[in-house]
Ligand binder design. Sequence first.
Ligand SMILES: Nc1c(NC[C@H](O)[C@H](O)[C@H](O)CO)[nH]c(=O)[nH]c1=O
Ligand SMILES: CC(=O)[C@@H](O)COP(=O)(O)O
Length: 191
Amino acid sequence: MATINKNLSVYDKSTLPSAKDFRFGVVVSEWNDTITEGLYKGAEDAFLDNEVPAQNIIRWNVPGSFELIYGAKKMLQTQKVDAVIVIGCVIQGQTKHFDFVCEGVTQGIKDLNVQTDIPVIFCVLTDNTMQQSIDRSGGIHGNKGTEAAIAAIKMAYIRQQASLTHDYANQNLLTSGALQLDEGTPLELKE
Ligand SMILES: Nc1c(NC[C@H](O)[C@H](O)[C@H](O)CO)[nH]c(=O)[nH]c1=O
Ligand SMILES: CC(=O)[C@@H](O)COP(=O)(O)O
């Protein structure tokens, strides 16, 4: 389903978990800041609408979308947060730079989700025109920042619930053959 068929700002509060005890990091790119500020406001408003205390929202700025990767990594390393949102706006120019920035950020944020235990939400517009970005940061198609905040709340809850269950990671990976132990490595399965 394309964005034009789904307003990015629509959500049902009654279906969301409580977010009042969660802490969120938000890393914001300064490139196309009229757009990224609109995305941030959408995210912030959605957090506040869901009882996230203002002091539980930690915002850092970075120069451009490519720096979102490093900014999110350092946020994860230094701040006690339950999820991170990276906010950027990449708009096609005259060269292939757009492709490399978009691919690099996408892969970098994916890697953080694989390598760390904190969900990192991808709120990066990758648009052909400024108008498309305007439409998706509080315009006719809603606000992707709102969508990202709701995703952050949901993923923080999933992480919280997962931490309450038995850690089957070793067992599952071992039985699936994905985890190769050296000979003689004592296997400690958590009871
Ligand atoms: N053209 C856009 C950029 N380019 C800058 C890069 O993100 C990066 O900051 C630079 O290459 C230095 O490492 N960034 C955006 O966020 N949006 C653009 O449209
Ligand atoms: C995404 C970009 O880096 C791009 O907007 C830069 O513009 P150009 O490709 O004309 O140098």
